[in-house]
Design a protein around this ligand. Structure first.
Ligand SMILES: [Fe+2]
Ligand SMILES: [Fe+2]
Length: 241
């Protein structure tokens, strides 16, 4: 049971639904419904970003989930160039997608973006040189700005940030360091620290660490399904905020 004024968030990412995945995460969805007040899915909802995959997931969510579902898209959801259709298939069963926007559930604000790469700390890629490098860096900056806008618009004291890409290096540790620049960006961390948040959930780094924090000690959880199964043997993180 949640304490008074506490909201129980079930958080997971990287569920990678394929066309034949019907029923794959039934237990997760049923369990989340009975133990949490809201389900967060932090990107890579589908394997190839196809509307057919999204429809299979939508059907499972419609059948098994009875709590609000909040999500951001992940890089896999863009793979087929049909992310709008993926999103609308899931919105048709009540999923709320965040992209520079926020929503309030039970008095808790949720702000989210997919996020993007660029790397961390002093090793972060800077906008210098070829136009493509500058465009890559700008994409990461734009996601951070949209997250800032979403956080600014939330009026709640408790604020949950939902990302696909990581805002910190600590939760991607375990991945090959050569791919760190494609797993997240410190631009996201700066915005989170500037505007403040109670907690951050992200995915994407399947081989990363489960837990980290920002420079200002805001807790960050990598809730990629493979990470959860490896570290806690549970298919979602139950976090009270
Ligand atoms: Fe993934
Ligand atoms: Fe991903």
């Amino acid at each position: 049971m949640a304490e008074k004024n506490e909201t129980r968030v079930a958080a997971v990412a990287d569920i990678h639904y394929g066309k034949t995945a019907k029923g794959k995460l039934r237990d997760l969805f049923v369990d989340a419904t009975s133990t949490a007040d809201v389900l967060v899915i932090a990107g890579d909802l589908t394997e190839y970003g196809s509307p057919e995959e999204a429809t299979v997931l939508a059907e499972d969510l419609r059948t098994h989930v009875r709590i609000p579902v909040i999500a951001v898209l992940g890089n896999h959801d863009f793979e087929s160039g049909k992310s709008a259709e993926v999103q609308s298939a899931l919105e048709s069963v009540g999923v709320t997608f965040l992209d520079g926007s926020g929503i309030e559930v039970n008095g808790v604000g949720f702000a989210g973006v997919c996020g993007f790469g660029g790397g961390f700390d002093r090793q972060m890629l800077s906008a210098w040189g070829e136009p493509l490098i500058k465009a890559f860096v700008q994409e990461g900056v734009d996601h951070s700005l949209r997250l800032g806008k979403a956080l600014t618009n939330l009026t709640t004291e408790k604020r949950v940030v939902v990302l696909h890409y990581s805002p910190v290096r600590s939760t991607v540790k375990g991945e090959n360091p050569e791919i760190y620049p494609f797993l997240g960006s410190s631009h996201l961390e700066s915005v989170i620290d500037n505007f403040g948040a109670s907690v951050v959930f992200h995915g994407h780094a399947h081989s990363g660490e489960a837990e980290g924090k920002t420079t200002k000690d805001i807790p960050v959880f990598n809730v990629a399904l493979p990470v959860l199964m490896r570290t806690s043997k549970k298919p979602f993180l139950l976090y009270k905020v």
